[in-house]
Write a protein that binds this ligand. Structure first.
Ligand code: NDP
Length: 490
């Protein structure tokens, strides 16, 4: 919108311009250094080593975080094993009270957590504020409700906690992934050693503070920061009884090999290359919003992103026209601005990976479309991107790009749609857009995907299980199914 300055009439402008709407950061205090959270206290790392965590939108260092070595991980697991004895023996209703308290504290500190998530990870504040943090609180709330009802969750069985859970999480939804893992583990009576991702450790550090505020007994939650080696130490520690990992398929396979024969329980939530299928009877404007949400939400750093658009050939023309027009309205830039739709790419390394895959798409003959938009000079950014003329065999149709890049393919019949949707080593999620309920059910039955969204995309709820088939991993998180990996059923 053009604004009149000092009485000079504004020239009518065809484009709507937004005034900046930055979220304040003065209510947030990020410490210059963070230690490890072990046995209910922040303790200096034995390694004495630290690494920087950086704001991807400015490339400025936010804080220095401890790097846990073998001794540190052993101390954390020992603290968790000691705490397990009393935590698992607590009356379940008292355990529930602690988990409820954590949920309430996340709600109370929501604004601070959202800002720190956005500063550390690069995602738009409207997403961390409206999705990540409320959902993290909702997971604790939901699982608190189960803590004293485990006999009802598993009728005619006697559920018992397993012991220490070793949990390794990625950088795309740091607090939410923490909640997915910690909440069911605690509710079922286990204790936890958690390793956050190297590029996004800060909300986990705030969560440690939340645990102290909730007066959670020492050692029930322990947080060890570090790189992949620290993750491997957590996973490999002999006193860890259950491992939960979310991240790349490559590392998931390594962990599966590492744990073979140890008897440890394992759940893996890995990569994806989901098909978002649009039939010719779908409401196109609604579908366009779902496609945009499916792939550009969180810069496409989403394991269940709808990264392959399968569109019925007869409507490909009008749909793509609408979609391209919609892309020109996406606002890329300062993640702290409340009007930003696409924030910063999480790391230089991830940006390099996205750029390499996009180059491969061009080299393999696909047609690239990117809207004109100015990108900030500092930080790591990538324009919302769309490829047409994509062959099923090309890398951009097969590999997880984990960035704001959509590959468009077409189909003629429902059978062809199913065949193309399933033509991937992954099987995490899928979307269907059609006005026919029977077709939704027909497709959902045939698509090999753990989650199928109908006429919507990227909707999450703590009561609903989430997880994959094939190279997307195994085991479910969320809902009743998410409790099962944390109990032994006598
Ligand atoms: P990783 O799988 O390497 O990272 C996930 C988590 O595992 C991080 O905490 C990481 O630590 C840790 N880790 C790394 N190596 C090991 C190991 N050997 N044993 C135990 N833990 C380990 O993913 P990247 O961050 O390297 O991303 C690479 C690609 O993976 C992305 O481009 C994307 O395609 C995919 N990915 C998929 C995710 C999903 O949810 N499906 C999530 C993240 C990435 P550290 O942070 O220090 O590396």
């Amino acid at each position: 919108m053009a604004i009149a300055k000092r009485g000079v009439p504004a020239t009518p402008s065809p484009t709507f311009e937004y005034a900046p709407a930055p979220e304040a950061t003065d209510h947030v205090r990020i410490a210059s250094k963070y230690d490890l959270f072990v046995g209910g206290r922040f303790v200096r790392a034995h390694s004495r080593r630290r690494f920087a965590t950086v704001n991807p939108a400015t490339e400025e260092t936010l804080s220095e975080v401890a790097e846990a070595d073998e001794v540190d991980v052993d101390r954390a697991v020992t603290a968790a094993a000691d705490a397990f004895r009393s935590w698992s023996a607590l009356p379940a209703a008292r355990r529930a009270r602690y988990v409820f308290r954590i949920s309430r504290l996340i709600q109370e500190r929501a604004r601070e957590l959202a800002v720190v998530e956005t500063l550390d990870g690069g995602k738009p504040i409207k997403e961390s504020r409206d999705v990540d943090v409320p959902l993290a609180a909702a997971h604790f709330f939901y699982y608190a409700g189960w803590a004293d009802k485990l006999e009802w969750a598993f009728p005619n069985r006697r559920p018992r906690p397993l012991g220490v859970a070793g949990q390794v999480i990625p950088w795309n939804f740091p607090l939410l992934m923490l909640a997915w893992k910690v909440a069911p583990a605690l509710a079922a009576g286990n204790t936890v050693v958690l390793k956050p991702a190297e590029t996004t450790p800060l909300t986990a550090m705030l969560f440690a503070d939340v645990c102290q505020q909730a007066e959670l007994p020492p050692g029930v939650v322990n947080i060890v920061t570090g790189a992949g080696e620290t993750g491997a130490l957590v996973v490999g520690h002999p006193a860890v009884r259950k491992v939960a990992f979310t991240g790349s398929t490559e590392v998931g396979k390594l962990i599966q090999r590492q744990l073979a024969g140890t008897g440890k329980r394992l759940t893996l939530e890995l990569g994806g290359k989901a098909a978002n299928v649009v039939f010719d009877d779908a409401p196109l404007d609604q579908a366009v919003e779902g496609i945009v949400n499916g792939i550009y939400f969180n810069q496409g750093h989403v394991c269940c992103a709808g990264s392959r658009l399968l569109v019925q050939e007869s409507i490909a023309g009008p749909l793509l026209e609408k979609l391209k027009r919609r892309l020109t309205t996406l606002r890329v830039g300062d993640p702290l601005d409340k009007n930003t739709d696409v924030g910063a790419i999480n790391s230089r390394q991830q940006l390099d990976r996205i750029e390499a895959l996009v180059r491969s798409g061009v080299d393999e003959g696909a047609e690239l479309y990117q809207p004109e938009c100015a990108l900030p000079e500092r930080g790591w950014w990538f324009r919302p991107t769309l490829f047409t003329n994509v062959a099923q065999s090309s890398r951009i149709a097969r590999e997880e790009i984990f960035g704001p890049v959509l590959s468009v393919l077409t189909f003629r019949t429902p059978d062809e749609a199913v065949e193309k949707a399933n033509n991937t080593p992954y099987g995490l999620s899928a979307g269907v857009w059609t006005e026919k309920g029977s077709r939704i059910l027909w497709m959902a039955e045939r698509m090999r995907a753990g989650v199928v969204w109908a006429n919507t995309y990227n909707r999450f709820d703590p009561t609903s299980p989430f997880g994959g088939y094939k190279e997307s991993g195994f085991g479910r998180e969320g809902g009743l199914h998410g409790l099962a990996p944390y109990v032994e059923l006598a």
